[in-house]
Design a binder for this molecule. Structure first.
Ligand code: ZN
Ligand code: ZN
Length: 207
């Protein structure tokens, strides 16, 4: 009998392949096995959004409200100098906040030079394009990464742990940064380990 994690993995594969019907089936199974889990709803919303099915995104959000399912906030952790640092999306409270966002700006410029354009379709908030870009560029794992880069010698491999599944845009960014920065970045998300190295990820884009 498939566990919720197996269905979640199938749902992730459906996102890669644009398989909407199978994705909906996977969500139904997950919602029976883990009724409080908001992650599959977000993932299916991403599939709808990348296919321009905004009405379905809206209906799925309403289903979440009806079923009392909440989206947990993302949280990423990184250990630097024997201390664990925690980051939430668009965090402003960290003492090194200024330096972290300055580093993030530098990274964004480097990414842009490589042709990266943020995939704002993954942002499900009803806000303008610029705001969407700023939301996706401040996901918790990117803040944890910036902090790790500031506080470790160049080329040191980094390990980040995230409570939710990382989004497809952050996945693309981490692959690109592993080349740009010549660093191995390991990230354990809610689904699996990702080892970003030389522009590739060990998950081969299935997670
Ligand atoms: Zn992300
Ligand atoms: Zn991966």
């Amino acid at each position: 009998r498939a566990s919720a994690l197996i269905w979640m993995t199938l749902l992730g594969a459906c996102r890669n392949l644009g398989e909407i019907q199978r994705g909906e089936m996977a969500l139904n199974y997950i919602s029976l096995l883990e009724p409080d889990n908001g992650a599959p709803y977000i993932l299916l919303s991403n599939i709808y959004a990348t296919n321009g099915r905004w009405n379905d995104v809206k209906m799925l959000r309403e289903t979440m409200v009806q079923r009392g399912v909440k989206k947990r906030p993302g949280c990423s952790m990184i250990e630097v100098n024997d201390e664990i640092h925690r980051f939430f999306p668009r965090d402003q409270w960290h003492p090194d906040c200024k330096a972290i966002y300055a580093k993030l700006d530098t990274l964004n410029s480097q990414l842009k030079e490589q042709g990266y354009v943020p995939d704002t379709r993954l942002v499900l908030h009803d806000v303008d394009e610029e705001k969407k870009k700023s939301i996706i560029c401040c996901h918790s794992e990117r803040l944890a990464l910036s902090f790790g880069l500031i506080n470790t010698p160049s080329k040191t491999p980094l390990l980040i742990v995230k409570n939710l599944r990382m989004c497809a845009d952050c996945h693309t960014v981490f692959k690109l940064l592993s080349i740009i920065l010549d660093r191995t970045i390991n990230l354990k998300d809610a689904n699996r380990f990702h080892c970003f190295h030389n522009g590739q990820c060990s998950c081969e884009d299935y997670w």
